[in-house]
Design a protein around this ligand. Sequence first.
Ligand code: NIG
Ligand code: FE
Length: 396
Amino acid sequence: MSSLVVRNIGELLTNDPTIGESPMGRRFNAAVVIDGGVVAWIGESAKAPAADSVIDAGGGAVLPGFVDSHTHLIFAGERSAEFEARMASVAYDGGGIWSTVKATRAASSEFLRRRSQRLRGEMLCQGTTTIEVKSGYELTVAGEQRLVEIASELSDEVTFLGAHTVPEEYASDRDGYIELVAGAMLDACSSHARWADVFCEGVAFSVDESRYVLGAAAQKGLGLRVHGNQLAHSGGIALAVEMEAASVDHCTHYTKDDVTLLTDSDVVASLLPAAEFSTRSPYPNARELLDAGVTVALATDCNPGTAFVTSMPFVVALAVREMSMTVDEALWAATLGGARALRRSDVGYLGLGACGDLMVLDAPRAAHVAYRPGSSLVQHVVRDGVATSFEESVSW
Ligand code: NIG
Ligand code: FE
């Protein structure tokens, strides 16, 4: 495996407090060497050792690749009409999931593969080097198995989400569906999945139903994640803490007790502001969670219903502008926060031995991610030490 040096970095964020100013591990005029896919050297640019290939950052900023810890990337169809209706004041109630299920069931595996790879490509261009990918848009044993298999071609972070909604054929037998999810469907999916998730919400699954599915998944050795408290105070946060889930996602509605539970646990609160943006809903209060010491991650929630968004830079900009997060807090939450939500210790930072995943911006400071929303600032993405270039930059 060859080595790569990224030199002439204006501002470097490493998220490693042993490397630079805490907590972002910030350095200036730096260089990073990646050897054998991992970070091997960090120091002053002028002193950088030689490597097989060179990226000259031209004074641009470098930060760890984004870790998008919550995506529903594998689906067919689109729901722009639902979005238009929502913008004309129709509230989101989860009902649209069913239309995506119908479209996905009817799609060929080849189509699903191409569509999800295309979305994965969009993410990579915007600096995302690690993604989690959920199933949840077929809701049959064979269908969910097909989705986790396709997901496993895109990522090691595959999540079984059979408990996304009750499909129409089980409308009068929800208990039967829950038995199916926790039984044959889980059996068919568990070998391709690392995680199980449930949509714990009044419009989907109750706390007891969610607990039952998560318990079965834990017995199979899967890690747990919860969609909780998106539309109302669903009890999903308390359930995630009780079940020692890695992450509870959305957290749009929460109480002081929920904050205490989260503070005293290892559960990451993953905030998904693109969903609030695309459903025109109030954003979660990130400040209260951060001030209480809760670990916060940011993710896209990319899905055709509530957030057809692949851009972590857009999510970071929303978090800063709409959720009172500082720029540093948002960049940390989109990188190391995402890694924590996936219980990964190799990504989300650029310490020695970390994965060689980073992005070079056509901007002198990482803050430009939030400061220049809508511009494509990512000039190079390096994944496992291998570079992809996008555009020429000016010199900063
Ligand atoms: O995270 N809330 C559940 N799942 C998705 C939405 C799915 C859909 O509407 O298709 C979400 O927002
Ligand atoms: Fe989601």
